[in-house]
Design a protein around this ligand. Structure first.
Ligand code: COA
Length: 162
């Protein structure tokens, strides 16, 4: 049986922090399903289809990565897909409390689904999608934080040329 991990998020847009985590996961699982949550309370900049396209681009067509979308509960999607491992990144101590609660709630809902925490690369610990959007919105350089296609998509969205 191949080992499959689920990595879910808003990915609005995907950053080098996210891809770092996927690549780390691929070192010990056979396949990673990167799933865009469609019902997040956040007001997204990119449509779901755009976010999925940018994830594929950022993963460089890695054949062991599947890009999907899901609504509703993460554990329901995991169950429907037969996935028992959820990947999460802990960038800083401040992530811990929220992640801890979410992992316990997911365990409460689906005891067979295990959450695996990883430490992302130091260079990406300060990166989040909203900060990337904010920097890009005002014409700042995000070229070392996101894939070139993502940087180009941000420039198009914000109409700041380049
Ligand atoms: N590198 C860079 N950035 C990272 C990162 C990493 N390794 N890990 C997280 N981030 C960023 C994200 O881009 C996000 O940035 P933003 O807030 O600016 O958009 C932020 O850190 C928070 O990430 P995360 O906690 O993963 O939030 P999310 O919105 O991306 O995803 C879901 C949250 C979708 C996984 C979660 O809400 C969920 O499971 N929803 C489904 C409903 C459900 O089951 N709810 C019950 C859960 S108990």
């Amino acid at each position: 049986m191949p080992t499959v991990a689920l990595y879910a998020g808003s990915f609005d847009p995907i950053t080098n922090g996210h891809t770092d985590l996927v690549r780390r996961s691929l070192a010990f699982v056979d396949r990673v399903v990167v799933a865009v949550a469609t019902n997040a309370s956040k007001q997204p900049l990119f449509a779901v289809a755009e976010r999925m396209e940018l994830i594929s681009a950022a993963m460089g067509g890695e054949p062991r990565v599947d890009v999907r979308q899901f609504g509703g509960l993460l554990v329901d999607f995991a169950r429907a897909e037969g996935i028992r491992m959820v990947i999460r990144g802990l960038r800083a101590v401040s992530d811990f409390e929220y992640e801890y609660q979410m992992a316990l709630m997911n365990r409460h809902l689906a005891p067979e689904v295990e959450t695996v925490f990883m430490i992302p690369s130091l260079e990406t610990t300060h990166v989040s999608s909203s900060l990337v959007r904010e920097v890009a919105r005002f014409g700042g350089d995000v070229s070392t934080l996101v894939h070139p296609d993502v940087a180009a998509a941000l420039r198009r969205k914000y109409g700041n040329g380049g």
